[in-house]
Design a protein around this ligand. Sequence first.
Ligand SMILES: [Zn+2]
Length: 61
Amino acid sequence: MNLTKCDICGKKLKDKPVKAGVGYVIFNDFCSKCGKPILDFLKKHKLLDEEEKKLLELNAK
Ligand SMILES: [Zn+2]
């Protein structure tokens, strides 16, 4: 069992959590609801490389 909790709302994540990170700064795990705005923010500011972006979008679904 490997239950992760969303870093923002504390909801338990059964599926793959959203992981967001910029360079050496790795944020923790988020549920897709909390992770979405973070991903959008990172994308908006072009802080994700293409490879990472694809991965995160997959996880966020
Ligand atoms: Zn959450």
